[in-house]
Write a protein that binds this ligand. Structure first.
Ligand code: 13P
Length: 273
């Protein structure tokens, strides 16, 4: 099965100049790697999610490479245009070169009060514009301590069920399309940017639960990839990659250094190859 390693650049880098440097470093390292053989593209799909403002420049630099481009968010209000100051729609990010979008990141849930109904709208808008979706789920430290992880995930995953219930009746073949365009990223909030990580067996059991839950919505969703995110780095990627339940990584801080990002990708390439 193909692995995914996705770099969520968040609100980084600060300048277009630094964005260019990061992309140049990434493309140079990838082409050096490709020239010394390996079929990394076959086993590990790379994707980066720049800020909206850098999307067009990044996607144009990535044309012709194997690296795909994702948005970090899209508007909940319209998939196209409208009087929604500050928003970027699914159509606009797709036009700028994104083929996927991250949705429901814990930083969006925390700082922008992104809730269930908003996420149902965003998923629907993304699919209407043919964008793939990386849906983030995960518990807080307090929820982890209270052993509520599975309960929290169960609630967060109902977004998928609601989108299916709304769309499947109206659009024949909808569930097959969703199965191809959906990735789940399990990101415990307490592991993001902290250097703290759950054990591989904890992640593995949680991913098993996520896969079971979404398969219960529709058997077609059984093959949806589930990635782990939260303090993944070049040093610990091997251990996550070795587990059959972990289909890739959503990487924050370490994706801002091309060498570290590719080291994580190589860990998944080796493990899943
Ligand atoms: P870090 O890798 O910096 O912990 O961030 C993870 C994340 O939030 C990716 O979306």
């Amino acid at each position: 099965m193909q692995a995914w390693v996705i770099g969520n650049w968040k609100q980084n880098p600060a300048t277009s100049h630094s964005v260019n440097t990061l992309i140049n470093d990434l493309l140079t390292a990838i082409s050096a790697q490709e020239s010394t053989a390996t079929d990394s593209a076959t086993h590990c799909q790379l994707m980066v999610a720049p800020s909206c403002i850098h999307m067009a420049a990044v996607s144009s630099r990535l044309q012709g490479s194997s690296v795909m481009c994702a948005a970090q968010d899209i508007s909940a209000h319209s998939n196209s245009t409208g009087a929604y100051t500050g928003d970027c729609s699914a159509q606009q990010v797709a036009d700028a070169g994104a083929t996927w979008t991250i949705l429901g990141h814990s930083e969006r849930r925390q700082y922008h009060q992104e809730c269930h109904d908003i996420l149902v709208q965003k998923l629907t808008h993304a699919l209407a514009q043919n964008l793939g979706i990386v849906l983030c789920v995960g518990e807080t430290q307090a929820q982890y301590d209270a052993k509520q992880t599975l309960e929290v995930l169960n609630t967060q995953l109902t977004v998928i069920k609601d989108v299916l219930d709304q769309q499947a009746g109206e659009q024949p073949g909808f569930v097959e399309v969703l199965a191809e365009r959906l990735i789940i990223a399990y990101e415990p909030v307490w592991a993001i940017g902290t250097g703290k990580v759950p054990t591989v067996s904890e992640v593995s059991a949680t991913h098993h639960y996520i896969k079971q839950t979404i398969s219960s919505f529709s058997p077609e969703l059984a093959a949806v990839s589930v990635l782990y995110g939260g303090s993944v780095n070049a040093g610990n990627a091997d251990s996550f990659a070795a587990d059959s339940m972990i289909d890739g990584a959503l990487v924050g801080g370490a994706s801002l250094k091309a060498a570290d990002f590719l080291a994580i990708a190589n860990a998944f390439t080796c493990a899943k190859g």
